[in-house]
Design a protein. Structure first.
Length: 129
């Protein structure tokens, strides 16, 4: 993927990300103490110049483990609540609320290893249709 495509994707999603954390346009203008923190940065190569970007919320009951699966494309994943164990390829990671990780699109499983429900936000960038 070219840098231009990545920039267009980021630019198109940025207003939504800013509004999520601020409560809306009016509140964003009133709050002069907004802090910006990069949680994850990743160089991306996408399969084509036509990219389908999706944001998906996944809720995992306590103790639930997915079967081995893949997603349409790579992207950042944000753990909203709970603790998840992610096995992707040969790599295992444990992520808790507030943490971000990069999923490559390899075959994977996700298990809720906490004693409570978990929630994950998937930002997926796949081949356009």
């Amino acid at each position: 993927m070219t840098t231009e495509i990545a920039s267009r994707i980021a630019a198109s999603l940025m207003p939504a990300f800013l509004l999520i954390g601020t409560g809306g346009p009016a509140l964003a203008k009133e709050n002069a103490d907004i802090r910006r923190t990069v949680l994850l940065q990743q160089q991306v190569s996408l399969p084509s110049s036509n990219v389908n970007g999706r944001v998906i919320r996944v809720n995992f009951p306590a103790g639930f483990k997915t079967p081995r699966h893949t997603h349409e494309g790579p992207g950042p994943r944000y753990v909203v609540k709970g603790t998840l164990q992610v096995v992707e390829g040969e790599k295992t990671g444990i992520y808790s609320a507030g943490e971000v990780f990069w999923e490559t699109g390899q075959s994977m499983t996700v298990e809720n290893i906490g004693g409570e429900p978990a929630e994950l936000i998937i930002f997926e960038m796949g081949k356009g249709h």
